[in-house]
Write a protein that binds this ligand. Structure first.
Ligand code: ZN
Length: 328
């Protein structure tokens, strides 16, 4: 089997950011919502830079108005992921976009999300788990109810807590209260850092938020001592090269630090982040890694195994996915 037809594991996606443009357009039409600024003429998402990307992302999210919309979103997203061979996916879910941070409302959204995920598992052969995220640019006070939603619904489907959004807002320690709450509930943790922030942001995130995984983390490459520390600690990086190249968070593919991070002994995984926003898929990511760094089937097998080992799921799910990877 070549890497192209391999089953794939990805750990870093944002549910709304995976929404196919046709799905969002369809919802907007049904509800007569004006989202004219969201799309280019060719139907792709339209934005100028990362901050504008967050605005367009949130504008697209205005079409998602209730649990039933999120149910349909999960089905649309997982059908697309499964078409690219993804057999296990973790996705960031924000109570801020699902009920405004209210716990009772969040439970209603969650029930719809779980139902959709269970159906998609049967229909498309892909397993989804959710990581509750607070949104950094909404501020530390909004992170607390998100952490409560996470801790109260931690279980088979909600498997971890994390933070997404604008990385340059505040310092990691400002969000320690929310992360402490989730950790005390027994949740594994991840946080975006080192995509826009420097190596110091990655270091502070590790020290102050005590995470097991870092979203992106690529700017750690600028601090050799930190690179050695991450390698020694076993902290896993959720690297999204296509996203980084598209948004110019790093140089182009040839200059992307994933190879150097991996060579330094850091556990790296590969994900698509917000695939239709960045014109990527897991197939594209694998193709570019093969073309740029000569990764072969053995490299991709190892990549899948690292991702599965770092997944926040329960042991039964991990064993089930391991069996599916054996067919690669
Ligand atoms: Zn992300």
């Amino acid at each position: 089997m070549t890497y192209k037809s391999m089953p794939k594991v990805e750990l870093h996606t944002h549910l709304e950011g995976c929404a196919p443009p046709s799905f969002i357009r369809g919802l907007a039409k049904e509800k007569s919502i004006d989202i004219s600024g969201v799309f280019n003429k060719d139907g792709t998402y339209a934005y100028r830079d990362f901050d504008n990307f967050l605005q367009v992302y949130e504008a697209a999210c205005t079409t998602l108005q209730g649990p039933q919309d999120f149910y349909r979103l999960v089905k649309a997203v997982l059908q697309e992921s499964a078409a690219h061979g993804v057999v296990y996916q973790e996705t960031f879910l924000s109570p801020d976009f699902c009920g405004g941070g209210d716990l009772a409302a969040w439970r209603d959204y969650l029930a719809a999300l779980e139902t959709a995920a269970a159906e998609a598992e049967v229909e498309f052969g892909i397993t989804l788990k959710g990581i509750v995220t607070c949104i950094r640019h909404f501020g530390p006070d909004a992170a607390k109810p998100a952490a409560i939603c996470a801790a109260e619904t931690f279980g088979d489907f909600i498997t971890g807590f994390g933070m997404a959004g604008g990385e340059m807002v505040g310092r990691p320690n400002d969000y320690a209260y929310a992360f402490d709450m989730a950790r005390e509930a027994g949740m594994p943790l991840t946080c975006h850092a080192g995509e826009w922030g420097g190596a110091d942001m990655v270091a502070d995130t590790i020290t102050d938020l005590k995470v097991q995984r870092i979203g992106h983390g690529v700017n750690a490459i600028h601090d050799p001592k930190l690179v050695a520390q991450i390698a020694d600690s076993g902290i896993v990086l959720e690297v999204c090269p296509g996203s980084n190249v598209f948004l110019k968070a790093t140089g182009d593919w040839a200059d992307h630090p994933i190879q150097k991070l991996r060579d330094a002994g850091i556990k790296v995984t590969v994900s698509t982040d917000d695939p239709p926003f960045f014109g990527t898929t897991m197939t594209d990511e694998f193709d570019m890694l093969a073309a740029t760094f000569d990764w072969d089937s053995d490299d991709f097998k190892a990549l899948n195994q690292t991702a599965l080992d770092a997944a926040f799921c329960d042991p039964t799910t991990r064993a089930k996915i391991a069996k599916r990877l054996e067919t690669q």
